[in-house]
Write a new protein. Sequence first.
Length: 279
Amino acid sequence: MSALAKNYNRRKISFNHGKGSFLYSTNGKKYLDFVQGIAVNSLGHANQHLIKAINKQSKKLWHVSNAFIIPEGEKLAKRLTKKTFADCVIFQNIGAEAMKRNWGAFFDMLIAHEGTFTDDQRDSGNKKGDGHGNTGSTMLGVTAYNWAKFSGKPAPIEVMKQLTVDDVMPLYKSNYWDAIKADDLPSGVDVSCADLCVNAGPSRASKILQKVIGAKADGKIGPQSLAAVSLQEPKDLLQKYYDERERFYRSLKDYKIYGNGWSRRNKETLHKALELADG
């Protein structure tokens, strides 16, 4: 009996070697590899140039964190930018990691934080309605006003109640994650800032970050702010951001009503951010 987890319905065939785009089974049959994946799909099996390079590098270093300067990486990046359209490159495990990094983790956390439907008129987000004369409401953290603005259509209660996670995902990506330039922030810091961005708006979330890093608090994350962030130790920055976020909450008049929930969300976000910062 196999000791491997049954997460694949494995074919009863195994291979002992490959060459180029071909695989050779243990019973001597030759197969064209149509399912080749990691490190094979562009170079093929047993590529001699790759074998030589791996053998040479394995005698020096096997892995160095991206937190340090890696001369070989710099050299390869320059070759790639010289021969392609790109101005810079990022080396990651998979394409999704390079493109969105922590966006998925953030969105999952966000949806867990946000409730389903509410039309509580004590909530300042519901007080101004949808901008088209309809009563204000919120679904999955998205107010009727914001949904009407994003969709270009009125957002009465019956429309808001029908919104799904897939419906609101593009809004959260463009209005909050992208608005605070989360993809350019360090891992963990991106999630922490984006969550407050949702909770208090892009300008407020940006100003609190700028206050913590000692940058001009203009509410817009630009090159100078990003440069200042890069000089910070991520975990220290996350703790300071947590503290400033808590002070901001306690300054609001609605803290007596919603404060416990806000503070709990702040703690949960810090925990997740620190986990991501650890890699």
